[in-house]
Design a binder for this molecule. Sequence first.
Ligand code: PNS
Length: 166
Amino acid sequence: MKRAVFPGSFDPITKGHLDIIERSTGLFDEIVIAVLDNPDKRPMFSSGERCEMISEVVEQMETGNCALKVDSFSGLLVDYVKSVNGQVIVRGLRAVSDYEYELRMALMNRHLEPGIETVFLMAAEEYSYVSSRLLKQVFQLGGSVDRLIPELVEKRMRDKQKREKE
Ligand code: PNS
């Protein structure tokens, strides 16, 4: 039984993240999508809201024999991975610019826990420029983010923006 953890901030989940999840389903028996609970970073969505959105979005995904779970975590990622008996951390790579940050994280995690392997998957080219940070910026400045995030997520972003303006 190969259990992988796909960790991230997912604030919010993008189609780039979904692409990586879809690719992972062909490789593992179970994938735990692990949302970092990071209130200090003042995220747009609480970790509860992010988990809820992810669960709703992945519910519609064709996953074959792979089980998908959604959870949140705080503290060290490797401690979380051990707590769920995971063997692998999955991360997506978009461009060469991701590599340095990802390499440092993967090596630090290996230093902390040599038994856990990090596996990188290449994101689809059409999402290679998509990041949650840029999406939020474009959205907040009134630009269009459709086709880059699931419809449900865009609706939640619009609802949140409306509530904040009230
Ligand atoms: O989506 P992100 O923000 O790039 O994800 C980063 C994440 C959550 C994978 C990373 O910040 C993380 O693992 N945080 C937990 C703290 C930790 O374990 N730090 C040491 C690893 S370098």
